[in-house]
Design a protein around this ligand. Structure first.
Ligand code: AGP
Length: 362
């Protein structure tokens, strides 16, 4: 059938879409640069970001996780305060808004009902909204004041992969453009850094055997799995856990390393799989400490680190990339490990039970 043709030689859309990520990065670079190779973005969007005294990012699921990374990017690069919210919570529990808010909706499909409910509400209040989506003519894109496209190509697998990295890349571009608009001097070129990310992604896509091995060793029979990290790594851990639970049905949770001792560590038993991300220099010592703490209580640990921060027993070492952009690369092994875990457990990778690709009801 038609879907077999689109999959090409791939057994699943998810694997194909994971592998497409380096191309998507290069596509985004091309789409967001002018003839001189400089970053280009709509003047209207630039002005809206410059005017805003606070940005509210609204999204669900994986797009929400991209929004958490986006918050960090916009705050650190463009110096604008950002709050990141789950749409279905925001709509019933709206925080006190700033005087000049700008709303950013992140949605792969552009059709998510929970996000749309917030958009309708903030339009009623007279606020401006920007939608970042993979589907230009979608409801959220039509109903917002501005749109940014992800240029990721159709995402078919229920588990979102390439849309997540595309969302983060576009948020990074938006952050840098806003910094330029505010006259903030930056010591890096975002398009060059994204090109380095694309190459790093390719290196990881070539390490599928190792990811498969980790999935087999850690996840083939377990009933649970924990992902731990700090700072940006923590946000990626939330996404890693969602990916694993939705396609392999393993109970998985992402935890902030420092919170373990406040309760979560009670869950660690002999043989509990704990996958740790250690890609952030400023928290490297602390997360390494957390890995030792869980290992001492019997956890079976797997550390994914970054060139320059690696230690002897680390299972995967990511190529070095700009510290702001590590989530773009560190998520890739997580996606692949989830994929292989689902395969080992005979799950329907592309169409997990109880889930729809886009959730158009409340
Ligand atoms: C991701 O793997 C999920 N299937 C899901 O969380 C998804 O990201 C969420 O439903 C939001 O969808 P959207 O980006 O199309 O709005």
């Amino acid at each position: 059938d038609a879907s077999d043709i689109e999959k090409g030689t791939y057994p699943h859309f998810m694997l194909k879409e994971i592998d497409e990520q380096p191309f998507v990065m290069r596509n985004i670079i091309n789409q967001y640069q002018n003839e001189n190779g400089d970053l280009k973005l709509d003047d209207d969007i630039r002005a809206a970001m410059k005017d805003a005294d606070r940005v509210y990012i609204i999204a669900c699921g994986t797009s929400y996780h991209a929004g958490l990374v986006g918050k960090q990017l916009i705050e650190n690069i463009a110096n604008i305060p950002v709050e990141s919210h789950i749409a279905s919570e925001f709509v019933y529990n709206m925080p006190l808004l700033s005087e000049k808010p700008l709303f950013i909706f992140i949605s792969q499909s552009g059709e998510t009902a929970d996000s749309r409910a917030v958009l309708v509400e903030v339009k009623k209040l007279g606020h401006k909204a920007l939608t970042i989506t993979n589907v230009p003519g979608s409801t959220l894109s039509r109903e917002a004041d501005y749109t940014l496209n992800l240029y990721a190509g159709p995402e078919i697998a229920v588990a979102s992969t390439k849309a997540y990295t595309a969302q983060i890349a576009v948020l990074a571009i938006l952050a840098v453009d806003s910094a330029h608009a505010k006259g903030i001097e930056l010591d890096f070129n975002p398009l060059q850094e994204l090109a380095i990310v694309a190459n790093a992604m390719e290196v990881l896509c070539d390490q599928k055997e190792e990811m498969e091995k980790i999935a087999r060793e850690f996840l083939a029979v377990t009933r649970n799995c924990f992902f731990i990290g700090r700072a940006a790594d923590y946000y990626v851990c939330l996404e890693a856990a969602l990916k694993l639970k939705e396609i392999s049905y393993i109970q998985a949770e992402g935890f902030a390393g420092g919170e373990l001792k406040h309760g979560t560590i009670a869950l660690i038993e002999e043989g509990t799989p704990v996958i740790a991300l250690a890609t952030q220099e400023h928290v490297n010592l602390s997360i390494r400490g957390n890995v030792k703490e869980v290992a001492a209580r019997g956890a079976y640990t797997c550390v994914i680190s970054m060139d320059g921060l690696q230690e002897e027993d680390d299972r995967i070492v990511l190529p070095k990339i700009h510290p702001f952009l590590t989530p773009l690369v560190s998520v890739l092994p997580m996606q692949l490990i989830s994929y292989y875990a689902a395969l080992h457990r005979d799950c329907d990778v592309d169409k997990p039970r109880n889930l729809a690709k886009s959730v158009t009801v409340e």
